[in-house]
Structures are given as structure tokens and as C-alpha cells.
Design a binder for this molecule. Structure first.
Ligand code: ADP
Ligand code: MG
Length: 392
């Protein structure tokens, strides 16, 4: 992997820079800017070298369609304020841009192409689309570690067509995670939550052989609660997971890795409703599970107390509503307490997990915080990430 930080002569080079500017948005406003703030050094480095930067990024999941609410416009505005350079959002259809000369008519130092996932070719890892994108620049830089577990065109395919480099932030994340995974001490506990069940559930199996405890919370836990014969009402869940859960349970017994899932929960009729504590066999058909209950919190806190290493991805509940943030807050507070006493080595990852920790001012109380969620888990699995492979 060649790092862009070692390159000289970038003067006037058009750099296709893949970033992860997928920040949480609420009604067009950015609610957490961590992912933007982290890549400012990269942008400063490149603008100082007088490179012409063409940013590629996605926001949310528009699934190949133009969805106005998922425009990069608010991100462009935030970058403008922070970098104090001229930045322009290019809204033209990428496929209609002929070649890199197109960009010569702009005086701005930084150009941002509109949400790359507006194009279905992106997630299909389309060869033609990647080749076309490659033709728009001179060099490619991947500074989106958190997207590097995806074999998508702008992450995996473009490097096949042009000189490609890692970015400063990607270098930092890979260095930190390499150090962490080589120094890890037992007992190791991994807490997995959040809502991206389909991506994360398959990873759990591969983590069983490496860890002592796997605590399953958040939306992910709903599938487990249902698997053990409980009705989960309107709760978030993923279809067709019974087989994988069965495998997880049987492998965990063989490998002596404890799988912990909620024993009680907090439910509501909807995301904005009032909260109610329930045992697992009390959930009604019009209710949804939105947080873990007090017994579960107690159990998790005990496990954290006995752990030397904690790896955490995914909130324990729908924390955006304070009524359902209690589980995540209690977990965070216990980890912080033990970290302060040097009793535990703690690492957290994931866009939403980081914004939760930011809201608690807790980032500095973790040994390392990665903005990557899925990529973070896959890295822990020991998998080589497609985006990294492509740079090697
Ligand atoms: P990360 O970004 O940290 O990797 P995810 O993107 O997988 O995490 O999931 C974060 C989202 O999961 C948050 O928006 C949170 O509100 C949601 N969430 C957690 N638990 C639940 C639940 N029980 N029901 C619905 N959403 C949940
Ligand atoms: Mg997320």
C-alpha cells in the first residue's frame, strides 16, 4: 500500500479522493460532524500540495436513485466553513462528464461529486462506471477506511484503472487497529448492536473463536429474542436469520464463547412513544423493542467488570430518542469508569456509536475510536478488506 503522504509532485494533479462523509443528517442538518472533522488533515495536506481534489462519497442508502434529502450539499457547506477554501458541489450526472478536462472550468480547489450511491453502478461494482470515474482524474486516494469492507466501484474497482494510494486517515486507522489486534488481552468482550443486522450477523460467527464474550444488543438482539420463542411485535428484524443464529449458538458452545442477549427490554408503540419495561414473554404485537432492560444492563455491567478488553460497535437501543438511550449510556459509563482505573482496554467503532460517545463527551475515555462500523468488525474478524486489497 502506497500512502499519498509520501508523494511529492502533486501540483495540479487531479485527485479522485474517496471519503466517507456519511454523517448523520436530520432534516438537512448534520447532527454529528466527526467523519468530516477527521479528514480535514487530508484535505489540508492535498490543498497545500496544490492538488485539485475531486471528492467521491456517499450519504445514506439512496439505492441507485436520486433522493434530494441525501444530497452532499450540507456537507459541502460544512467543509467550506471549516477549510476556508472554495468548494463546489458538482451536480451534473457523472456519466455525462466526458473527461478530466471538464474540471478545468472550475476555479475551486475542491470539487465534490454528488452522492455516489445515486448511481446503481456503484454498489454493483460496475466495471464501466469505475473506468469512467478513473478517467476523470490522474490519481486515486482511498481515505474511507469505514467503506473499505465494501467491494463497490469507488472503493474496489477504480484502483484497477489508475495509480492508487491510501490516505492519511486510512493509514492511521489501519495502524491503530493492527496494534490493537496484536496486543489484545483476555478476557475479551465484544458488544455488537445497532440496526445493520444483515451486515453484522454473519460476522458474529467468525468472532466466536476469537473472543470470550459476545454481547448482542440493539436491533440485532431482536432476531435472537424471537429465535428463542418470544414474540417481538413490530420490532426491527432481519428475515431468514434462524439458520445463522443456530450456527452461532452451537459454535459458541463448542468454542466456550458466551453469547449474551437481552433478558428484558424497553418497548414502545413507536419511535417517539413513551417507554415501558417488559419481560421477553410480555411483548405485544403492536409494540417494538427500543432498548435493553435493567436486568440486562446489570448483567452486561458485570461482564464489562470482568473484561480486560472491550470492543464495541452498535448502540444498545434507539438512542436518538433519550427515552431509549439508557442502555447505551450505562454501557458507555461503565466502560469509561473502568478505563479511568486502567482496568480495561476499550475500543469503539461505528458512525452512530461514535456520535453516541460524542454526545456523552466520552471519546477521549476510549483507547481508540474508529469511525468505521462494519469495516471495524470485519477487520476484527481478520478479513482482508476489499478496499485495502485493491490498494495493495
Ligand atoms: P454503527 O453506525 O455504530 O455501526 P448501526 O448503523 O448499525 O451502528 O446502527 C445504529 C442505529 O441503530 C441507530 O440509529 C440506533 O437508533 C439504531 N438502533 C439500535 N437499537 C435499535 C432498536 N432496538 N430498534 C431500532 N433501531 C435501533
Ligand atoms: Mg450507522
Amino acid at each position: 500500500m502506497r500512502s499519498i503522504s509520501n508523494e511529492k509532485n502533486l501540483d495540479n494533479k487531479k485527485i479522485l479522493l474517496r471519503l466517507d462523509l456519511n454523517v448523520p443528517l436530520e432534516e438537512g442538518k448534520i447532527t454529528d460532524t466527526t467523519r468530516i472533522d477527521k479528514i480535514l488533515p487530508t484535505l489540508n495536506f492535498l490543498t497545500k500540495q496544490k492538488a485539485k481534489i475531486i471528492i467521491l462519497s456517499h450519504v445514506g442508502r439512496p439505492k441507485g436513485k436520486i433522493i434530494k434529502e441525501l444530497s452532499l450539499k450540507p456537507i459541502c457547506e460544512d467543509l467550506k466553513k471549516k477549510l476556508k477554501v472554495n468548494i463546489k458541489l458538482i451536480t451534473e450526472n457523472i456519466n455525462k462528464i466526458r473527461n478530466k478536462n471538464f474540471f478545468d472550468r472550475f476555479d475551486e480547489e475542491i470539487l465534490i461529486l454528488e452522492n455516489i450511491r445515486y448511481y446503481s453502478e456503484e454498489e454493483k461494482n460496475d466495471n464501466k462506471f469505475a473506468k469512467h470515474l478513473a478517467n476523470l482524474g490522474d490519481l486515486y486516494v482511498n481515505d474511507a477506511f469505514s467503506c473499505s469492507h465494501r467491494a463497490h466501484a469507488s472503493v474496489y474497482k477504480i484502483p484497477k484503472f489508475m495509480p492508487s494510494f491510501s490516505g492519511l486517515q486510512l493509514d492511521l486507522e489501519v495502524d491503530a487497529l493492527t496494534k490493537i489486534t496484536s496486543k489484545i488481552t483476555r478476557p475479551i468482550t465484544c458488544i455488537i448492536g445497532g440496526s445493520k443486522i444483515s451486515t453484522k450477523i454473519n460476522i458474529i460467527k467468525n468472532l466466536i473463536t476469537k473472543f470470550d464474550n459476545i454481547i448482542i444488543v440493539g436491533g440485532m438482539a431482536n432476531n435472537f429474542i424471537e429465535y428463542f420463542g418470544n414474540s417481538i411485535g413490530k420490532s426491527l428484524k432481519e428475515e431468514n436469520c434462524d439458520l445463522i443464529i443456530k450456527e452461532i449458538i452451537s459454535l459458541s458452545k463448542k468454542e466456550k464463547c458466551k453469547i449474551i442477549f437481552p433478558e428484558d427490554v424497553i418497548v414502545s408503540k413507536n419511535l417517539y412513544g413513551s417507554s415501558q419495561k417488559k419481560e421477553l414473554d410480555e411483548i405485544l404485537s403492536d409494540e417494538m423493542i427500543l432498548d435493553i432492560g435493567p436486568k440486562t444492563i446489570e448483567k452486561i455491567i458485570n461482564i464489562i467488570d470482568k473484561s480486560k478488553t472491550i470492543l464495541w460497535n452498535g448502540p444498545a437501543g434507539y438512542f436518538e430518542n433519550p427515552s431509549f438511550a439508557n442502555g447505551s449510556i450505562k454501557i458507555a459509563k461503565k466502560i469509561i469508569e473502568n478505563n479511568r482505573k486502567n482496568k480495561v482496554f476499550s475500543v469503539a467503532g461505528g458512525g452512530d456509536t461514535v456520535s453516541l460517545l460524542n454526545s456523552l463527551n466520552a471519546v477521549s475515555n476510549f483507547n481508540f475510536v474508529s469511525t468505521a462500523g462494519g469495516a471495524f468488525l470485519e477487520y476484527l474478524e481478520g478479513k482482508e478488506l476489499p478496499g485495502i486489497t485493491a490498494l495493495n
